[in-house]
Design a protein around this ligand. Structure first.
Ligand SMILES: CC(C)(COP(=O)(O)OP(=O)(O)OC[C@H]1O[C@@H](n2cnc3c(N)ncnc32)[C@H](O)[C@@H]1OP(=O)(O)O)[C@@H](O)C(=O)NCCC(=O)NCCS
Length: 331
């Protein structure tokens, strides 16, 4: 007896992206009515001038669906052709079912795709993209909708002035499908659970009765900063090498939008040529965690700063600590 294995495509690529940002603009001035800080301090230390927060109506489901509709439209695919759906989120407050099944239903994905959530924090989109790339090449799915969506503004602790100003709300979606030519390099990913307490969202069962409300984020910002500018900076190099390229062959760099100073430090580490387009989406968006990389990618393509067919390095990193990055051809 021989079991028939699945047979996939030779290569995978990002076919399209789409984004949706929380509609409420929260400037640094407004932020400083909520925390003990100054607009100048926030901008100087992070690059952030304003961030986008979701209204009550802009739930993770709503934003994920809006971003996905744009990605599906941009791909030219019929919704029925999507047979895989992976959502990375830490903002879906129902343990089960997953947000993915709600999104699949709302989008009318009539194939009834394989649909799951993952918890990859700020690395979530790049993790999910790595999984989707493997699914397409293995033949377990043909077109995978990958979404990063967060409403972290609901979980920031306004008593913590070192963290509250960073986070924002939005959704970014991409469709990953077959390609005739190589268009996604090997994903370089990993984790370090010994640093699990460095960034965390508190255990929600502890808040259940006496203190209703969302669980809150806590973070040791200095440790994250040090890790990102040393260990993760080195991982950016590894992702480029894994794709068989050198930094000067990149056109675009889309790091997780955590802090412009982290991005600057990575640029120095990689010695990227001046000509490389670097995403600074954080300035007007803040850190939208799993949504940040696809939102930044969609923005660069929409503004014309980056174009289809260019080679980009994407990398996400965050709570876990976890990271994932890969070289991709832009859709
Ligand atoms: C959060 C972050 C911006 C803080 O910047 P920083 O330069 O590291 O600041 P520090 O925490 O070292 O604090 C420096 C000083 O500013 C003060 N400070 C902290 N937050 C402040 C605020 N909002 N406004 C004014 N002062 C503030 C601190 O109290 C400290 O004062 P002290 O020197 O008198 O003790 C920075 O650490 C960071 O971006 N880390 C990475 C976080 C991240 O990316 N997390 C998500 C990853 S997915």
């Amino acid at each position: 007896m021989t079991i028939t294995p699945s047979v996939g495509a030779c290569h995978a690529r990002i076919l399209a992206v789409g984004g949706y940002r929380g509609s409420r603009v929260v400037t640094n001035d407004e932020m400083c009515t909520m925390i003990d800080s100054t607009p100048e301090w926030i901008e100087q230390r992070t690059g952030i001038k304003e961030r986008r927060w979701a209204t009550d109506e802009e739930t993770p489901l709503f934003m994920a669906v809006q971003a996905s509709r744009k990605a599906i439209e941009n791909s030219g695919l019929e919704p029925s052709q999507i047979d895989g759906l992976i959502i990375s989120t830490v903002s879906h407050f129902q343990q089960s079912p997953s947000l993915a099944v709600y999104v699949a239903h709302e989008l009318g994905l009539s194939a009834g795709p394989a649909a799951i959530d993952i918890s990859g924090a700020c690395a979530g989109f790049c993790y999910a993209a790595g999984l989707a790339e493997g699914m397409v090449r293995a033949g377990s799915a043909t077109h995978v909708l990958v979404i990063g969506v967060e409403t972290l503004s609901r979980m920031v602790n306004m008593e913590d002035r070192g963290t509250a100003f960073l986070f924002s709300d939005g959704a970014g979606a991409a469709i990953i499908g077959p390609s005739d030519v190589p268009a996604m390099g090997p994903v370089v990913w990993g984790s370090d659970g010994s640093q699990a307490l460095t960034i965390q969202i508190e255990d929600w069962t502890r808040r259940a009765s006496s203190e209703p409300g969302y669980p809150l984020i806590s973070m040791d910002g200095r440790s994250v900063f040090r890790w990102a500018t040393t260990f993760i900076a080195e991982k950016t190099k590894e992702a480029i090498e894994a794709a068989g390229l050198t930094p000067d062959q990149l056109d675009v760099f889309i790091p997780h939008q955590a802090n412009n100073r982290i991005t600057d430090s990575m640029l120095r580490h990689l010695k990227l040529p001046e000509s490389v387009v670097v995403s600074r989406d954080i300035v007007h968006m803040g850190n939208s965690s799993a949504a940040s990389v696809p939102l930044a990618m969609a923005a660069l393509l929409e503004s014309g700063e980056a174009t289809s067919g260019q080679t980009a390095l994407i990398i996400g990193f965050g709570a876990g600590l976890v990271y994932a990055g890969q070289v991709v051809v832009l859709p």
